[in-house]
Design a binder for this molecule. Structure first.
Ligand code: SF4
Length: 344
């Protein structure tokens, strides 16, 4: 049986603001198995990154985990002491952040920062940590690793800095890597390199990966399972193949329709999901997507839909019986992409 490395159950993370309580993550559940990759997708503000930050409890001051459990190898992270958390971060759970320039300390060499990680977790002696650091940089494809150990972050390109972040994430052989938009600050060529690097490493060291992204192409390449989030809630959860072949939730369809197509005529405007996400201080009554959904009906504004299993392993939170189907979506979504008057 597959081993669950991470199990998130009904997670609720709220921001307590002077103007009210914003439900950034509102009852999210999913799991990641050893050697598998799970993607979380959605627009900015959907709660993807706050879900990731909740897992390692690196939340902004105004945010608090208000409910649920985060089980890592059976231990509830929400109940750990500061010392226990410190021992877990970097060693058992590693995180690759979006912007490597702000994640690396500009006043220390790359070698110092990698060695510090090993020595903090008492994994190697001082002399061994240098050899390990060289090995880690070589694995992620940094040429002349021994010499580059003495370089500072500003001496590396964006792609090379992201490789350093991946080397730091891997050096302690973590059971779980959380990658928060790992390629969004990189150009497309480097994105492809980082992508194949993550795939190689997943195969070689059998690490579980939680990938936070808005890039559906990246999810297709790497992930086994996908969770689509909207306004702090899970709206769809399925295997990657199920979701890409037959998305059931209108918001998921909106995301797919918004992907620019190379075959589209040059003068065709880009499709969009009209409107903006709701104010997270005001969500809770009815479906959060109702104001933007071309399928919305009276009941959608009265009662929040719960996640239902439409086929084995394929869940969606929508009142529509059977979800939406391919042919129907083409008809019903015709005005949705706004190809005539949408934004360009
Ligand atoms: Fe649209 Fe209603 Fe389904 Fe929400 S519950 S996604 S508003 S059809």
């Amino acid at each position: 049986m597959d081993e669950k490395i991470l199990e998130v159950k009904d997670l609720k993370t709220y921001f307590f603001l002077a103007s009210g309580v914003a439900k950034a993550v509102d009852g999210v559940s999913f799991h990641v198995e050893r050697g598998k990759a799970v993607g979380i997708v959605g627009e900015s503000g959907s709660g993807k990154s706050i879900t990731a930050s909740s897992i390692i409890r690196l939340l902004p001051l105004a945010a608090r985990i208000e409910g649920g459990a985060i089980l890592f190898k059976g231990r509830d992270i929400t109940q750990l002491s500061r010392a226990e958390l410190f021992a877990l971060r970097g060693k058992e759970i590693a995180m690759i952040f979006q912007d490597p320039m702000t994640s690396l300390d500009p006043v220390f060499t790359i070698g110092y920062q990698i060695r510090e990680l090993l020595e903090t977790h008492s994994l190697t002696s001082r002399s061994e940590s240098r050899a390990k650091a060289i090995e880690a940089l070589s694995i992620v494809g940094i040429p002349d690793a021994e010499r580059r150990l003495n370089a500072y972050p500003h001496e590396f390109s964006g792609g090379m800095r992201q490789r350093v972040m991946i080397a730091m994430a891997l050096i302690c052989n973590p059971s779980l890597i959380i990658a928060d938009e790992p390629t969004s600050a990189l150009d497309v060529t480097v994105q492809a390199q980082v992508l194949s690097l993550l795939q190689d490493l997943q195969k070689k060291i059998h690490t579980a990966i939680l990938l936070i992204t808005h890039n559906l192409g990246l999810v297709w390449k790497i992930c086994d399972q996908v969770m689509v989030m909207y306004a702090g809630k899970t709206v769809e959860y399925a295997s990657t193949q199920q979701l890409y072949e037959n998305p059931r939730h209108p918001y998921s369809w909106g995301l797919f329709i918004s992907i620019p197509k190379l075959s589209a005529p040059l003068d065709q405007k880009l499709a969009i999901i009209p409107g903006t996400p709701p104010d997270l201080r005001l969500t809770g009554k009815g479906c959060n997507f109702a104001a933007r959904c071309p399928y919305a009906e009276g009941r959608c504004r009265e009662a929040a839909p719960i996640l239902r299993e439409f086929e084995p392993g394929h869940w969606a939170a929508c009142h529509l019986e059977g979800g939406i189907q391919n042919g129907e979506v083409r008809r019903r979504f015709e005005p949705f992409p706004k190809t005539e008057e949408g934004c360009s």
